[in-house]
Design a protein around this ligand. Structure first.
Ligand code: F6R
Length: 613
């Protein structure tokens, strides 16, 4: 969602702020702005649209100074206009604030402040913060710190904040509750950022600000307090991400780079966890065998692509263990009455570890006494910090808004954990585990095989991209693959796409089939008992003159007779076939988007990490 960068030191702040914001561009935004302490006053520049527009403004009306905050906004309250862009200021322009999150009681606070005579300029929830602080200072708060504390005690909702005061040229303030914020610790300079990539090329040491903390940064040090004023001893950590992990490495987009990274990432996960013949190594997992043996129920919660990974995980865990496994959308789970007891393991699947609904579901589960296992890609994220156990997907920073490598790493995580659970619970024999592990080792090469055929997939996308809609069909393990393929397509190419369980065709969607509709059928074959059923479903489409694009196993003659076009994948065991099949669908979506001329890394209206409900 929104991005925050702040700087205090001796270098020109604007270049560092813009550089940091550029590195957060992938999160999605619709306006941007900076505030810089310049010659005794706060200079603010903001503009709707892309960062390039703000940069033009900064060239036309430059600001100098070595203390500043910057922000990219993803509109929640109020249109993406210049007035609604951050930073927001108080009535006098002496306090500037950038904010991520949502102030839930802003209407009441705004009404109260307006009654006191405060003049608001924007429609945002954020603007109440500088006015509240201004009011607390006017009411006698002895310092800006105390005014921030008093103001934030009145605020309900989530926030990560960067704050500047005209009267405080030596201090940058930061605070958080609910939304992530990090402090970058440099030599004679310090940074704040909402996400690591923003400052990765500037500092190697970071402090993860905790919920309910307020930080005062000077050029030569930081002081951290709880919002009640209690001092906190900062814990400085070394960053492990290499700066190059946030470069395109010669690819035309981050998404294409990330699609190509998949074989390496999955091979790495296999090397880490699957180096023994018939067991999986999970040294840092944090769930012991006695707990796993007693377990009888699992609830997987997630959103979007991570939810599709959870659907796959359910099928695999049910197949290899006696566990009863359910998967739910975190946004639905929050509002139902799921009859969960402390004996249930809740699995939170999330790339970012900051998705608001997943985090809320996790907190609910913990309040019921359940243990939570996170499958997550971001160390130090909120979900990681609040879970009892973590499986790190180790896919590296995912910059493209549409998830690719984090998704396949989640599938691999479920596959490895399935074997671990089966073995720990004594339900999976050594021979079966060995066979599964051997089959998994073939996955990275199978993905290479698909990537090597990218050009053929591009030609297919060029042929089929211009229709209004497409349908994706799959069964069993490839039903989640169909949903994920359709999601990728609509996210980046803006073509309506629907994923369906192929067996449901006759119950409605078959009405859509005509000679124009591309129907992408996942029909890979090894020993899959649903293969024959899938063939029948394809014949139903054929009989109604649908345009069949099959994803099929190399050498399958039957498919050639039925389909207009085929994307070939090598043979994999059924349960692991989604890992290669989905890569074919990622490429299909990618090249359709390219043919349709969309902004692939930053599709419209989307944000990388959905930190609001
Ligand atoms: C789709 C996509 C989203 C995310 C979803 C959950 O390509 O990226 O659907 O999967 O917003 O995000 P995380 O995994 O960060 O919780």
């Amino acid at each position: 969602m929104c991005g925050i960068v702040g700087y205090i030191g001796s270098r020109p702040a604007v270049a560092l702020l813009v550089n940091g914001l550029k590195r957060l561009e992938y999160r999605g935004y619709d306006s941007a702005g900076v505030a810089v302490w310049e010659d005794g006053r706060l200079a603010v520049r903001k503009s709707p649209g892309r960062l390039a527009v703000l940069e033009q403004q900064l060239t036309a009306r430059p600001v100098t100074g070595s203390l500043g905050v910057g922000h990219t906004r993803w509109a929640t309250h109020g249109e993406p206009t210049e007035l609604n862009a951050h930073p927001h200021t108080d009535c006098t322009g002496r306090i500037a604030v950038v904010h991520n999150g949502i102030i839930e009681n802003y209407r009441e606070l705004r009404a109260e402040l307006e009654q006191q005579g405060h003049a608001f300029r924007s429609q945002t929830d954020t603007e109440v913060i500088p006015h509240l602080i201004e009011a607390e200072l006017a009411a006698g708060a002895p310092s800006p710190e105390e005014a921030i504390r008093r103001a934030l005690r009145r605020v309900q909702g989530a926030f990560a904040l960067g704050l500047l005061f005209q009267e405080q040229p030596q201090t940058l303030y930061a605070a958080r509750r609910g939304s992530p914020l990090i402090i970058g610790v440099g030599q004679g300079e310090n940074f704040i950022a909402s996400d690591v990539p923003a400052i990765l090329d500037q500092v190697r040491r970071v402090i993860y600000l905790q919920d309910g903390e307020l930080c005062a940064l000077r050029a030569d040090g930081v002081s951290i307090f709880r919002l009640d004023g209690t001092p906190v001893v900062p814990v400085i950590q070394e960053m492990t991400l290499a700066a190059k992990a946030v470069d395109k490495a010669g690819f035309e987009t981050f998404m294409l780079k990330e699609i190509h990274e998949q074989p390496r990432i999955l091979r790495h996960l296999l090397l880490q966890h699957a180096w023994q013949e018939d067991t999986v190594a999970m040294p840092g997992l944090g769930l012991g065998a006695p707990y796993l043996r007693k377990l009888n129920r699992v609830m997987i919660v997630a959103c979007g692509s991570a939810f599709h990974a959870g659907m796959y995980g359910k099928l695999l865990w049910e197949q290899l263990t006696s566990l009863a496994v359910e998967t739910d959308l975190a946004s639905e789970f929050r509002y139902r009455d799921p009859k969960i007891d402390p004996g249930t393991l809740v699995v939170a699947v999330t790339q970012s570890g900051e998705t608001a609904d997943t985090l809320a579901a996790l907190r609910m589960a913990k309040s019921w006494g359940c243990k939570v296992l996170a499958i997550c890609n971001v160390p130090g994220s909120s979900v990681v910090r609040e879970s009892d156990a973590v499986f790190f997907t180790e896919a590296g920073p995912e910059i493209g808004v549409a998830s690719t490598k984090a998704f396949t790493a989640q599938l691999m995580a479920f596959a490895l954990l399935a074997i671990h659970l089966g073995r720990a619970r004594g339900e999976l024999g050594a021979a079966e585990a060995r066979a599964s592990l051997q089959a998994m080792q073939a996955v990275p090469d199978a993905i290479h095989y698909v990537l090597d055929r990218a050009e053929a997939i591009r030609r297919l996308a060029d042929k089929h991209h211009d229709g209004p809609s497409s349908l994706y069909l799959g069964r069993r393990f490839n039903y989640p693959t169909a949903l994920e393929g359709a999601l990728k397509n609509k996210e980046i190419s803006y073509q309506h796409a629907e994923g369906y369980a192929a067996g449901e065709m006759k119950h409605g969607p078959i009405a859509l089939i005509n000679e124009y509709l591309p129907v992408i059928c996942l029909c890979t074959r090894t020993r899959d008992e649903v293969y024959a059923k899938m063939i029948s479903n394809i014949k139903e489409v054929e009989a109604r003159h649908g345009r069949i694009i099959a994803v099929a196993t190399d050498g399958d003659e039957e498919i050639v007779r039925l389909a207009e076009d085929v994307i070939w994948v090598p043979p994999l065991r059924d349960e692991f076939s989604p890992l290669a099949n989905v890569v074919a669908l990622q490429l299909l979506a990618y090249y359709s988007a390219r043919a349709r001329g969309t902004d692939i890394d930053q599709p419209r209206n989307l944000a990388k990490s959905v930190t609001v409900e």
